[in-house]
Design a protein around this ligand. Structure first.
Ligand code: SF4
Length: 353
């Protein structure tokens, strides 16, 4: 089966930049960028990072804010923070060289079993299987494996199956092959079973169970949040922003003063209804404000419903306003260079800022 997979791969693989290298730095970059991201979306980010930071030293020495700005739009910002932290650890503790084993790689920030296996096999030729979502699907169908792929046991079960199949002489090729086969051939909705080189060995094909496998039972609940952003503009056209703290979405990115409301009979409140000292102080100084249309933004486990209240302030109002901790005024140019959630970026664009 391994030989058939590799034959298939050599005839069908997509020529992607990280496939033409054994450089652990570039392989690691591509793996972190491509987690939970489609190849077409991740490709320009990979190129942007390689151009901006051709070596791990360049990445380790870059300011975190710059790294987050480059990452903007990819989501899951903890990956970008870990990317930066990992570069520092490799430079400071490992002399700029990635450790070359599956076990050692997992000790680095942001590197789990999957990424460690990818670097160990693609860069260093270690015979360890790489098990991603595509590989789960291929293995579940080939072997009729019904373990829920969202369960804690899944990785161990599928890792063992993959190790049985792995070609120990060509781990790098085998891993690329099975991942690509899942991405292009044994796809979730319409696997190309009629032209499949593994058809004779495939449990799902023999039992017509392709659609039932892999088993994924857990559905994470999506929570709805109502966000009210206060956009204060100074007479010089500066905007009031702050850097988001740890413990919530978008850590380290910049957004406006925010009030969140829960369990409302209606999702929207007027600014006057927000029981917040800063908003109330603002309204005393400037009772006139405009409200943006509703923005809706979907994250993996959260549905955001967002409105922006726009307050234009004159010099006199500004003199009497006490800013909440962490808030500061930023010019258009400064804002352009700040890392921001895509939602804020879209709003600024549509508001003509
Ligand atoms: Fe996937 Fe169909 Fe091939 Fe089985 S026969 S491995 S389900 S494409």
């Amino acid at each position: 089966m391994a030989s058939r997979l590799i034959d298939w791969y050599e005839r069908n693989y997509r020529d992607l930049p990280w496939r033409n290298t054994r450089d652990p730095y570039r392989i690691w970059l591509s793996e972190i960028i491509l987690q939970q991201t489609r190849v077409q979306q991740g490709l320009p980010y990979y190129q942007r990072f390689v151009n901006a930071y051709p070596t791990i030293y360049a990445l380790a020495n870059a300011p975190q804010q710059e790294v987050l700005r480059l990452w903007q739009g990819l989501g899951y910002y903890s990956r970008a923070r870990n990317l930066h932290a990992c570069a520092s650890v490799v430079v400071n503790d490992h002399d700029g060289q990635f450790p070359n084993t599956f076990e050692m790689l997992q000790k680095l920030p942001g590197i789990g079993k999957y990424t460690a296996a990818a670097i160990a096999s693609f860069a260093f030729g270690q015979a360890v299987p790489v098990v991603d979502g595509n590989v789960y699907r291929v293995l579940a169908r080939l072997f009729g494996e019904t373990t829920d792929i969202g369960s804690p046991a899944a990785f161990r079960v599928f890792f063992r199956l993959a190790r049985q199949l792995l070609d120990p002489g060509r781990p790098h090729l085998f891993n690329q092959a099975i991942m690509e086969f899942g991405a292009l051939h044994c796809t979730p909705q319409k696997p190309l079973c009629l032209y499949c080189p593994l058809q004779q060995h495939c449990w799902a094909f023999a039992h017509e169970q392709q659609q039932a496998l892999p088993v994924k039972e857990k559905k994470t609940k999506v929570r709805t949040r109502n966000l009210h952003y206060v956009v204060a503009t100074s007479p010089e056209g500066k905007l009031l922003l702050r850097q988001r703290p740890a413990g919530d979405i978008w850590q380290g990115l910049f957004d406006f003063y925010l009030q969140e409301t829960l369990d409302l009979p209606a999702p929207w409140q007027a600014a006057e209804q927000l029981e917040d000292p800063f908003v109330q102080a603002l309204l005393l100084l400037q009772p006139q404000y405009s409200v943006s249309p509703a923005y809706r933004h979907q994250l993996t486990h959260q549905r955001l419903q967002v409105r922006f209240f726009n307050f234009r302030l004159n010099h006199q109002m500004l003199g009497s306003l006490v800013l909440p901790a962490g808030m500061a005024w930023y010019s258009a140019e400064e804002i352009h260079n700040l890392p921001k959630p895509v939602l804020i970026q879209n709003y600024l664009k549509e508001a003509g800022f």
